[in-house]
Write a protein that binds this ligand. Structure first.
Ligand code: HEM
Length: 506
């Protein structure tokens, strides 16, 4: 049953309505008080219902699309109510940049949902932490060892292996099952997971005995536990998130489910760390992130070390795959643009395999990557930010206590900025007017102090994969997939994995 149905049918609903009405009155009182301190106008409000606010209008799990539609009526910045919380929604580049840069000091924290509180061990991650000393320290570790430009040079060997293996596996699949469509996601996702394990643990672990669960897990089971289950849990909704004044009512089944995910992840991470530490004594070669944190992160607890390693695993395994799969899907539908890319690669690389050194000579490949991020932003809405002191956005007064939803998808569909915004058209990033190195044009990587720390890695891997795949094969998506653009999850994964028919180029 959806949240609202539940609310209206149970005794909890009664408590909620009474408590909610009280809060609505209180909120109105406080809000008026806030407004009186400022000469700025209040935010436009999307009309909703008493108590539940706009929740009924957000039943579908794709709020970025609903927010974008509302922007056509209420403008680029407006407020809605999710239960007792005021949520300010930002839908244009200008107002998003204002939030990320100029007003950042007033909105640099987050209030997490119950699921995220548990799954992030209460903000023990670079990406989810508040902008505080912990954040600065662990971000420095992450950039120094994995994501910064020097660290990326050291990890080149792993990226090259990923691209080479992906190509080899495609050739093998084609040889064994020449007429069957290929599920590219399956093998690329697994390759990225391997890369993440090499970067964090120093090896692509094949299986592990998890003592706390009393079982041996295969690589596939480890992936499911550390990545898939956590991504699903992250968007799970506890109705109390919308009505914090009802936190005293237990929601045992929800808590049990999410805590179970956390327990399993902790058990797996603990065993992985133990296994690698045991080996490390006798190991030579490149230092992994775990070795680095053991020696440099002296103030970090064991739990914090586990979480920081896990963060790299989940972030590496998902968004880059999402972007690359969408790019291949678009190219698989569009043979003309695929030919144009192939010709560009042939002109630059001749008969040699594309390398990372070639990337800056391939503007059309870059345009394809950018346009894919624009149309299929892997992170359509940035995890909510919290306004901890009164501020303003887009010329409106924004009271403290509000939450902020940055709708990246909405910015990228803004008809005032992008002509025929829903059309996938890489040419819009080509030509004199386009600065091909402007990473933040599509807003897909966020901006300001919290801009994506993994942008260089994601851009490099995704472009190398797209380039190599098109250099070696001709791609065509199966006919039934031509309009199959539905998404699922926290990141905008394609709902159905792309199935493509591929032919080797001579
Ligand atoms: C196409 C791929 C990717 C996209 C579209 C993407 C998008 C984003 C966005 C929008 C943010 C900003 C969140 C905010 O403002 O709160 C972000 C932050 C972040 N991303 Fe990415 N990301 C991608 C790949 C990666 C990869 C591969 C990694 C690394 C393993 C990574 C690590 C991070 C980290 C650590 C942050 C937090 C930075 C901070 O808070 O200081 N991302 N990403």
């Amino acid at each position: 049953m959806d949240v609202v149905g539940y609310l209206l049918l149970t005794p909890v609903g009664t408590a909620l309505v009474v408590g909610g009405l009280f809060l609505v009155i209180l909120r109105r009182f406080l809000y008026r008080k806030g407004k009186s301190d400022s000469n700025l106008p209040p935010l436009p409000e999307v009309p909703g219902l008493p108590v539940v606010g706009n929740l009924l209008q957000l039943k579908e799990k794709k709020p970025h699309k609903t927010f974008t539609k509302w922007a056509e009526t209420y403008g680029p910045v407006y407020s809605i109510r999710t239960g007792s919380t005021t949520l300010v929604v930002l839908n244009s580049n200008d107002v998003v940049k204002e939030a990320m840069v100029t007003r950042f000091p007033s909105i640099s924290t987050r209030k997490l949902s119950k699921a995220l509180q548990i799954l992030t061990s209460d903000k023990t991650m670079v990406a989810i932490s508040d902008y505080d000393e912990f954040h600065k320290t662990v971000k420095r570790h992450l950039l120094t060892h994995i994501l910064g430009p020097n660290a990326q040079k050291r990890h080149r060997i792993h990226r090259d292996a990923l691209i080479e293996n992906t190509s080899k596996q495609l050739h093998a699949l084609l040889k064994n099952r020449p007429l069957e469509p290929i599920n590219f996601r399956e093998l690329f996702e697994s390759g990225l997971f391997g890369l993440a394990m090499k970067q964090t643990l120093g090896e692509d672990v094949d299986s592990i005995y998890v003592a706390d669960l009393g079982t041996t897990m295969s690589r596939h089971e480890i992936f499911k536990c550390l990545v898939h289950d956590q991504m699903e849990g992250a968007i799970d909704v506890d109705w109390r998130d919308f009505f914090p004044y009802l936190n005293w009512i237990p929601n045992k089944s929800f808590e049990k489910k999410i805590k179970q995910m956390d327990i399993r992840r902790t058990a797996v991470m603990k065993s992985l760390v133990q296994k690698i530490r045991e080996k490390s004594a006798s190991k030579e070669g490149m230092q992994c992130y775990l070795d680095y944190l053991n020696s440099e992160g002296k103030t970090l607890s064991e739990k914090q070390i586990q979480m920081l390693l896990w963060e790299v695993i989940i972030e590496t395994s998902d968004t880059t795959m999402v972007a690359t799969e969408w790019a291949m899907y678009e190219l698989g539908k569009d043979s003309k643009r695929q030919d144009r890319l192939y010709e560009e690669i042939r002109r630059v690389c001749g008969s040699s395999k594309i390398t990372e050194e070639n990337l800056h000579q391939l503007p059309y490949l870059y345009a394809i990557f950018q346009e894919t991020l624009r149309v299929h932003s892997p992170v359509p809405i940035i995890p909510l930010r919290y306004v901890h002191e009164d501020t303003q956005l887009g010329g409106y007064f924004v009271p403290s206590g509000s939450e902020i939803a940055i709708n990246i998808y909405g910015c990228n569909m803004d008809k005032n900025v992008w002509k025929n915004s829903e059309e996938w058209n890489p040419e819009r990033f080509m030509g004199d007017k386009s600065d091909t190195m402007d990473l933040y044009k599509s807003m897909a990587f966020g901006g300001g102090k919290r801009a994506c720390a993994g942008a260089i890695e994601a851009m490099t891997i995704s472009r190398m994969a797209i380039g190599r795949l098109v250099q070696e094969f001709e791609w065509r998506v199966t006919d039934d997939q031509v309009d199959d653009v539905d998404t699922v999850g926290l990141t905008s994964r394609k709902l159905h994995p792309m199935l493509a028919l591929i032919t080797p180029r001579s």
